[in-house]
Structure formats: structure tokens, C-alpha cells
Design a protein around this ligand. Sequence first.
Ligand SMILES: [Zn+2]
Length: 490
Amino acid sequence: MIETRFLISSTRIEPASLRQISRVLADLGWKPALREAERAFLHAAGLHDGQEEALAAARDTRTEIFSALPTRRAHLRRVIAAELFFRDEEIYYLVTKPEGRGFWMPPANSSDEGQPEVEIGVISPRRAGLGDRLQHFSEELRQAANTAAGGGEPVRFEWRKDLPHTPRLAFLQASDERRDPPSFTPTRLGLVELEFGRTLAAALPRQILKDLMRAGFGREQDLAFLAKADPEMLRGALEELKQLGLVEIEYLLECKQDHHALLRAKTRRQLEAPELADFVCPVCQANFASETITAVYSPSAAARQVRAESQWLRIWVTERLTELGVPLGAMLWRSDGGQESDILAEFFGQLWLIAVKDGDFSADDGYAINYRRVRCRADRVVLLASGAIGQEARRLLEDALNDEQGPGGAGRLLYIEGLADASQRLEQALAASSFTYAQQRLRPIEEISGYDLGALLRLRFAAATAAAAGAGLASVPRLPQTAAPAAISA
Ligand SMILES: [Zn+2]
């Protein structure tokens, strides 16, 4: 997984000043790769440093061969300038757009077209301390810009803090507010909830709860029989469920002849009450007082709640996503009372709809998920089931996406059956997106420099992107630029 962070300031830096700033940055240890490449070319041609501007100017005025219009690159080089710095295993970049952002720039916010803008960013395989390193770069840039300005008007950078991190989630939530009850809720990961998710991610405790819910209560041996479990392991799982308050112990008065249930109570004493002693068992005709009392397990109210809407699975997946670096604030939960529910997550400039279900996805689920996908305009759809994902459900979603997006549209779908490799599959999908996102932010630099920076990222972050290729999502067609990609962090 690679991380991209960027900062934006409404500062005006002309392309010519950027050359000087790059020179100063080079003295501070930031080797400007594009400038260095240009210099190497000059030297090879027997020219010297002072002539680079003349050469660049000649290049920038080139026109299309058959018309008087400048080439796209020549045009871009007039309105934006950029530099790349390779430091340790990271890539830093700097883009200046003195005339503001044109339609070719990935927007961070749609409100300020036409404002001069400087964007700096870092692309890294290392998340820890990334914000600090970008901060350090911004500080060195400020110094360099002021040194280059040579005592003139000081250059100010005000890195914007108001970039919308999750504009699409905010929009969905706002339009949902009028509904009662609202279908979107912020994610909640309390300690207890986390434990529920972790415990029920294992098959045996999950099976026990399922059997208990169906029967209402169960003896230890009945549960072992139903789950086909080793008695020792079953006892361990029951103990765990008991400690979490998901199962409760109750007492059962049963016929000693055929184990027929006569009465169930919260305490043993309730069953031993004298007023019950003289009742007669319809099977063996004995008094209740001489029948046996056994401890049984029953599901608690919390267990019913955590199984409804596959809540435990939603918790479990949310926790996996936070481990992979998706902030809790970038996710919403959606439910409508059915057995499945969604996590909506916005990161890497995309909206993900992650439908989860404890059980199998059916054709009906496929319809419902497709409807929700269209309504929230999700870019990616993940179906994650503890059981299977039916062929009907798959075909329905695939046909809808292929019809809508053209062939290959179904590449936006990801199916995960069972939890065994769910973490890994999610990570691969995220890694593929992280790569696309970095590539997207570097696109203006790619256009003006003529280097294939997508290929450069692949080569440079080979290990981080090998996993992404495995996800089969790396080749998904680029998303249209209509929706504003969110800053992951600024
Ligand atoms: Zn009896």
C-alpha cells in the first residue's frame, strides 16, 4: 500500500521562480529530478546551465504541426510548472498553477477555480510520520522560496486545513437527515463491540449463537451435537460468549425419563420453589420436585442485536479497514433492518460500498445492492459474505455495471466469500486504489514532463504494488473526473 498526502496553498509562484526555488532546494538536499534531467541534457549537448531557460522557452512555444495552436504540453508548460524530488524511498512533488487550476487538474475542492495554487505532496510506502515529513518539506520550501525571492516581498504559504476529506459521505449524510429513522449512522467501535466482532469472526461461536437463537436455549451436549464440535472446544467457546454477555445461563427443569423440558428459569431457586413441587410431569407422572434441573445456555439481548443486520460482521470489517489505514471518520454504516448492511467508505478519492452479510447473498440481495450502488454512486462495490455469493446476485451486478460503464465495468466489483482471506483481499483492493490515486495526483507532472510516472511508481514501489496487481483491480479504467476526489489527509 502506498500513501499519498498533499497540501494546497493559494500562493502564486511563477514557473520561472520555480526554477530558482528548485536551485535553492537542491542546496538544502532536495535534488530536483526534472531540473537535473534537463541539465544533463544541456551538458550532453555542450550547452551550459544559463542556457536552459532559452531552451525551455523554445520548447514551450512549439505548436501543433498542422495548426497554429500550441501543443497540449506546450500549453500546460506555460500555465503550470512542477518538480519531483526523490528522497529515501519516497517521492515528493511540487506543482504550481499561478493561473489557477484548469480542467486537467485533479480537483481538491471545486470552489476555487481560477485562484493561484501551489500543491506539495509526498508518496510513500511508509505511513508512520508521513505528515511530519511533509510538514518538514513545506518548511524547507518556504525557506527556499524566500531565499529565491531575495529579500523582496516575503512568500507566504497558508496550507489549507478546510479540504473536504469526505465530501461525498458528507453529502449522503446531509440528504439522509430528513429521513426517519436515518439509514446512515457514524461508525462505532467501542471495546465491547470490537470484542463481539472478533469473537464472532470465528466459526464455532457464530454457530453456537445461531443454534441458540433458533432453539431459544440449549444444553451443552445438544450444542456440541449441532455444531459437530469437540466438547472441550465447545466449552471454551461458550465460556468466551458468556464472558462477553452474549449467552446467559438459565436453568431447565426436565423430565428424568425423556429429558422433556418442563420449565425454564433464570435461577435454580425459582425452579425449586415449594409452590411448583407438587406439579406432575405429564410424561413420567412424577412430581416436579423429583425431576432434574440442568443448566442450559440462552442467547442474550445483546446477542440478538449483534446478529441483526450482520452487525458483528460490519464491526469486524470496519476494524480491518481501520487497520489498513482508513480513518473511522471516513466511514458510515447503513442499515434498513434487513439481514445485510453496508459500510460506506470514502478514501483515495473513491466511494466504496461494502455490503456485508452473515450468510449467503441471494439474487434479492443483488437487486438491493445494485439499487443502493446507483443511489449513492459508489465507484467500487465489495460483497463480503460469511457464506457464499450466489451466481444470480453476481450476474445481476455485473450486467448492470457492464451496461452502464461499458465492458470491464464489472471490474469495479469485488467478491469475498468467507473471512479466511478477507483481510488480505481488502488490503489488495486498497493497495490497487492507493496506487491509482497517487498516479492521479502526479498526472499534471506526467503531462508536462513527458515521463510515464505511472510506470515509475510501479517500478519504484514494486513490493507495495505487487500486492495490488494480485487484486485484479489495478487495471480498472480510470474514474471520470466529475466527482471531487477527497484528500486523504492534509
Ligand atoms: Zn417426567
